[in-house]
Design a protein around this ligand. Structure first.
Ligand code: HEM
Length: 247
């Protein structure tokens, strides 16, 4: 008798878990769920891009500052790996839900508009998938360049007078090559375009909608896009113009 009661309780627990899992799966794969996943992962990625940019801008303060910052990040050890894994999960979730939303939108509108212009869309909005995929290609190149040292192994191997990884020289030598700088500048234009529309639609997906603040919300995305573009291109441009000198 007692074991039958225990079995029933277990069955009820499993049914409840299955129901919860089914709900989560249904939500994540629904159009509205995919929008929330896009918004939440996008928020994490914008946060990373801004923090990363502020950290990198220390290149203007000289090699001691930038190399000390890079050494500090490395010294955080397992915390750094937690952040890296979180970043990877956010990137994958963002890509998968983005492609899924693009597919669902296409299915919902099997006949294409004859003319793809509307009051509510602009070129940034219509090219989100393309700009996003080019940004992913840039990230792969960027990791091969600065994180793994595959594209410029001699620069990656440099050490500063304190025996630390000479991130400053690696960055400056990289940007002294006009083609490398040009590819970063083009990639930053696409990152800026993507963030400009992405951050704006993030507000809509999260339901942040208030007649009083809507015009302010619509300006935050473009402001972030311009900030990230200008902040990031300032580094290759300053190296090319000789404002940032090799160590
Ligand atoms: C001019 C602009 C940029 C510069 C100078 C720059 C510089 C760097 C450097 C030096 C590293 C290696 C850090 C180290 O190993 O100590 C790095 C890593 C990385 N960067 Fe950038 N970056 C720039 C823009 C971006 C942008 C726009 C993104 C994303 C869209 C990005 C994503 C990453 C990622 C994901 C890593 C790997 C982080 C890690 O391994 O912990 N970077 N970057």
């Amino acid at each position: 008798m007692a074991s039958t009661v225990a079995n029933d309780a277990n069955l009820a627990k499993v049914a409840k878990q299955n129901h919860a899992m089914g709900w989560v799966r249904g939500f994540v794969t629904s159009s509205i769920g995919a929008k929330y996943v896009m918004a939440a992962s996008g928020l994490a990625l914008v946060g990373f891009v801004l923090v990363h940019m502020v950290g990198n801008l220390q290149v203007f303060l000289g090699w001691e500052k930038l190399n000390a910052y890079a050494a500090f990040l490395k010294s955080t050890g397992s915390l750094l790996w937690v952040a890296r894994i979180g970043l990877l999960v956010a990137v994958l979730a963002h890509i998968v839900s983005g492609l899924r939303l693009a597919y669902l939108n296409k299915q919902a509108r099997p006949v294409r508009y004859r003319k793809q212009t509307s009051m509510h869309t602009n070129v940034f909005a219509r090219t989100m998938a393309v700009s996003g995929l080019i940004v992913v290609a840039f990230i792969v190149y960027h990791l091969l360049h600065f994180t793994l040292g595959v594209t410029n192994p001699a620069d990656y191997a440099l050490e500063d007078p304190l025996g630390r990884h000479d991130v400053y020289s690696m960055v400056v030598r990289g940007f002294q090559q006009p083609l490398v700088s040009a590819s970063y500048i083009v990639a930053m234009a696409l990152v800026g375009m993507h963030l400009s529309h992405g951050a704006t639609s993030m507000f809509q997906s999260l339901g942040l909608n208030h007649p009083k603040y809507n015009s302010l919300f619509s300006k935050v995305g473009p402001a972030i896009g311009v900030l990230v573009f200008l902040g990031n291109i300032s580094m290759p441009v300053a190296v090319l113009l000789g404002f940032i000198q090799p160590r």
